[in-house]
Design a protein around this ligand. Structure first.
Ligand code: FEO
Length: 169
């Protein structure tokens, strides 16, 4: 495998674990303020991020490439209110999309079609993640300022259930 592609794929393991860490922090914030539904939504988000990390990990192993695990950064986002969290979530997903695009670009440059095919799933997933994050912001803007609306939204987010990724390696 090309050195740069390998390096970026390995880095992405860490980035995905960091994402899980960030969403755990968000989940914990909501738990603390009593919004259990929001806490559930971000807990499942964290689970999905761990799955993403493991997909990169497994892909490298399957390709007989060295896996190096680095330290996971402390979540740097300051949390002050619900809307800040939701916006930070969207911003983070847009950042992850850019990372995936960078890996894709590096694989494209060296005609690494197998890695491009592996990344196709993530390209689609990032589109969904960004849509979900935007939907949350829209719903919060529409209903979040009213106690009854916030209660209903919290109920809705509490109903989210985890499902394993559709990509199996
Ligand atoms: Fe692993 Fe939310 O992107």
């Amino acid at each position: 495998m090309d050195k740069k592609v390998h390096e970026l794929l390995n880095q992405q393991i860490n980035k995905e674990f960091y994402s899980a860490y960030l969403y755990l922090q968000f989940s914990n914030y909501f738990k603390e303020i009593g919004l259990d539904g929001f806490a559930n939504w971000y807990m499942i988000q964290a689970q999905e991020e761990r799955d993403h990390a493991m997909l990169f990990y497994t892909y490298l192993q399957n390709e007989d490439q060295k896996v190096t695990l680095d330290a996971i950064d402390k979540p740097e986002k300051e949390i002050t209110c619900t809307m800040d969290v939701l916006k930070a979530g969207l911003e983070h997903e847009q950042y992850v999309t850019a990372l995936i695009n960078d890996i894709y670009g590096a694989a494209y440059d060296v005609r690494d079609f197998r890695t491009m095919q592996f990344l196709d799933w993530f390209v689609k997933e990032q589109g969904e993640e960004e849509t979900n994050a935007k939907d949350l912001i829209t719903k919060m803007e529409l209903f979040g300022s009213d106690a009854k609306g916030l209660y209903m939204l919290n109920q809705e987010l509490g109903a989210r259930v985890y499902s394993a990724p559709s990509l199996v390696l």
